[in-house]
Design a protein around this ligand. Sequence first.
Ligand code: GLN
Length: 202
Amino acid sequence: MVTVGVLALQGDVREHLTALAESDVLARPIRRASELDDADALVIPGGESTTMSNLAISFGLLDPIRKRIAGDMPVYGSCAGMIMLAATVLDGRPDQESFAGIDMTVRRNAFGRQVDSFEAAVHIEDVEGGDFHAVFIRAPWVEKTGPDVRVLGRVTDGPAAGRIVAVRQGNLLATAFHPELTGDLRVHRYFVEMVRQAQDAR
Ligand code: GLN
């Protein structure tokens, strides 16, 4: 069985562990580099990217995760996890680091200060079963993507309609919303399928 780690420094770790366990993989929290060695793939949860960045540095995980990303490990980031996967972060803290990986520019807290959290329908290419009922909490959006990035999902209704909120580049997947909070396992299952394909290709 494949083992998928969840970066367990901060954020909604438990919800991702549950969603993964229900998606037929072994799900493990990751707090140190040695635990990362045993994982075939990684999920970076939602939370607070500035705090996650500080903790990744102090737990010695920044470079090990960057190296695994460079070695093609599949990684899925939701919300703060999307920010942690972005090559460029707008409205971040000056000392904020990311694992980079996805050639995109994201804006933190992009949907406006007045809307802390909201829900909207999101269409995701490759995922059947209709639009997602997506939950956004102080979420980023994607402002720019490089040539190797596939836009997978956009908000389909409301004032934010058209905004890019799901992308994929190779084995890296990111969503601005939190499927781990809604019990809709389709994004996790899509990621697990990416992990299986990456394993078959080895
Ligand atoms: N605004 C948060 C950040 O900058 C992300 C919020 C979330 O993950 N729900 O990291």
